[in-house]
Ligand binder design. Structure first.
Ligand code: BTN
Length: 334
């Protein structure tokens, strides 16, 4: 699959020379067509050396969210095995929905270097500067009641959290769909479904991650709430490697969920790295603010809280703000 175009052949023989003649023979195209592709790849940021009598050699690959770049290190059976990449797009979630409608298989991923109309929850915009963050949406086709689909947000949150740990970054998960570093957001997850009562047709789960933004890449009005991995952890991570690690972990957690019918492994991760459990929170739900203590994340990913009047309530969605540090009297899992 990799050696189906000039780039695939160069990657498969990275560091070695491969002649124009061999390339044109393998691919069944003219040498002029090979040369045209080489020029296009260089314009995309690939470092390709050319030497007389030897041919071409790949010496540098850019940090792009393409299949050719992300798949190095991908160990999945289906997650990310079909990938649609765009330099710029309205929203990867919108594109994924269009592809899902026309039958794209489970695990298909849409990625973009930049989004013009990145969508957040509650109709908000997701700021998506070019080449700095990860903007990706995965198509899933679970046989799941629509009422249980929200748990997939916890599954992907666990996958992203686990992938970050593999780069030495310990992030917190703010139920239901935010990932934080130093109390500020680096990632948001947008899970959408198409279905009818009792039946899910498909799910599109999109995530936006602020990876290599610097201070001046983040709009002023967001800077109190948002940060990037680079700004908080002080390291630049290749986005392609982070996305690869996320997809590997996602397939692992998701398969476990589908095969056992329980998202226990993902939920255990979300509990362990929760930014809200044990905290006094404000939950904005249907225009109402509810003050409570976040006690537990239930088996279906719901947030179980104790209310100020002593009652308990479970939320499957809502906007949570942490109000203060832990209150020892109301924060246990009792
Ligand atoms: C949120 O925190 O409100 C969710 C943000 C989700 C943003 C991602 S970026 C990739 C995908 N495409 C979109 O339009 N939105 C999601």
């Amino acid at each position: 699959m990799l050696e189906e175009n000039v780039l695939g052949c160069l990657i498969a023989h990275k560091g070695e020379y491969i002649s124009g003649e061999v390339l044109s023979g393998k691919l069944g195209v003219t040498r002029a067509a090979v040369w045209k592709d080489i020029r296009k790849l260089r314009a995309e940021g690939y470092g390709i050396e050319a030497a007389r009598n030897k041919g071409y050699r790949l010496v540098y690959s850019p940090d792009l969210l393409t299949y050719a770049e992300v798949s190095e290190g991908l160990v999945t059976a289906y997650m990310g095995r079909k990938m649609y990449h765009f330099d710029s797009i309205g929203s990867t979630n919108d594109k994924a929905r269009e592809l899902a409608r026309s039958g794209a298989p489970e695990g298909t991923v849409v990625t973009a270097e930049q989004q013009q109309n990145g969508r957040g929850r509650m109709g908000r915009l997701w700021f998506s500067p070019s080449g700095k963050g990860i903007y990706a949406t995965v198509i899933l086709r679970p046989s799941l009641e629509p009422s249980r689909v929200q748990v997939i947000t916890q599954v992907v949150a666990a996958a992203i959290g686990t992938a970050l740990l593999s780069f030495g970054i310990e992030a917190k998960i703010k139920w239901p769909n935010d990932i934080l570093l130093d109390g500020r957001k680096i990632c948001g997850i947008l899970t959408e479904l198409s279905g009818e009562l009792g039946r899910t047709y498909y799910v599109t789960v999109g995530f936006g991650i602020n990876v290599n933004e610097s201070g001046n890449d983040i709009p002023q009005e967001l800077s109190d709430f948002a940060t990037s991995i680079k700004m908080s952890a002080g390291i630049e991570i290749p986005r392609k490697k982070l996305l690869c690690a996320i997809l590997n972990n996602f397939e692992d957690y998701y398969d476990d969920f589908i095969q056992t019918g329980s998202a226990e492994r993902s939920i255990a991760f979300c509990r362990k790295y929760s930014a809200v459990l044990g905290k006094r929170v404000d939950i904005l739900k249907d225009g109402r603010h509810i003050h409570a203590c976040a006690n537990e994340i239930g088996d279906d990913g719901e947030l179980i809280v104790s209310l100020e009047n002593g009652g308990r309530q479970a939320f499957v969605s809502g906007e949570v703000t942490v109000r203060s540090i832990a209150d020892p009297y109301t924060s246990t899992n009792n």
